[in-house]
Design a protein around this ligand. Structure first.
Ligand code: SF4
Length: 252
């Protein structure tokens, strides 16, 4: 019983730290927090092998392609129109044997300038979110579905995703992570080959090959929200992050 209380206190402490990092000054406790955490796994409709054979995602990368070669291919890629306006491709960064891979949607303005993933405001929030569950950027590989910035940060189109997804798929096959954190709807639907809305995909693990995939709200989306809606979604994201933390602890 004493251990349970200590665990609860630790959870509350982490949550308060996260809220403080996000600049939240007041909190309300909703049903999401008071309910026990869900921790069941859902089988995705598509394994990486199935995705490989899906015509939707074309142009397979040769299996012998290593990280150095893959990075070069991406740097010179002209598979879709997005190459025309990019300043830099954003391949991703982190340990090539990371246990956790974080997958976003596409580079934004700052990422395009620096050629690095999640270095703008949503990157700061992502870093805070990970730190709040004792996961640090240096230990995870961070990348995105699309490697070039879409103009005005618009949502990438189906053709662009189809053209670029083989790079992400190959990155995942090289890293072979135990866990994948999908940020937002584009990453979730692309990885899981699902059309369901984010709220029905989040909050539980989906199996994709060897990896368990957790879906959460994209930090950029959380930043765009205001008032109680923002607070509600942050609370939901925190709930999902805590499920991830419990699973990640097995691989530390
Ligand atoms: S977004 Fe992807 S597929 Fe399109 S040009 Fe950039 S690297 Fe190539």
């Amino acid at each position: 019983m004493k251990k349970e209380i200590v665990n609860i206190m630790n959870d509350i402490s982490s949550w308060l730290r996260y809220q403080k990092q996000l600049g939240v000054e007041g909190i309300s406790i909703g049903p999401e927090l008071s309910s026990s955490f869900l921790n069941h796994t859902v089988q995705s409709k598509a394994s990486p092998q199935e995705l490989s054979s899906t015509r939707e995602y074309r142009d397979e990368i040769p299996t012998e392609t290593d990280f150095v070669r893959l990075r070069k291919i991406v740097e010179n890629c002209e598979r879709c129109e997005l190459y025309k306006k990019r300043r830099n491709t954003v391949f991703g960064e982190g340990p090539e044997d990371a246990k956790l891979v974080v997958v976003g949607e596409a580079p934004g303005k700052e990422e395009d300038i620096q050629g690095r993933p999640f270095v703008g405001p949503s990157g700061e929030l992502l870093t805070d979110m990970l730190n709040a569950i004792n996961i640090f950027r240096k230990d995870v590989f961070i990348t995105s579905v699309i490697k070039c910035r879409p103009p005005r940060n618009r949502t990438p189109g189906h053709e662009e995703i189809a053209a670029c997804f083989p790079f992400l798929r190959h990155q995942l096959s090289l890293i072979n992570p135990s866990l994948i954190l999908a940020l937002g709807l584009v990453a979730a639907q692309t990885l899981l080959k699902e059309k369901a809305p984010l709220k029905s995909l989040r909050g539980r693990f989906h199996q994709l090959g060897n990896a368990k995939v957790m879906v959460i709200y994209h930090p950029a989306y959380l930043l765009r929200l205001k008032g109680s809606q923002q607070l509600d979604c942050k609370r939901v994201a925190w709930h999902d992050l805590q499920i991830l933390e419990k699973e990640y602890d097995k691989y530390r």
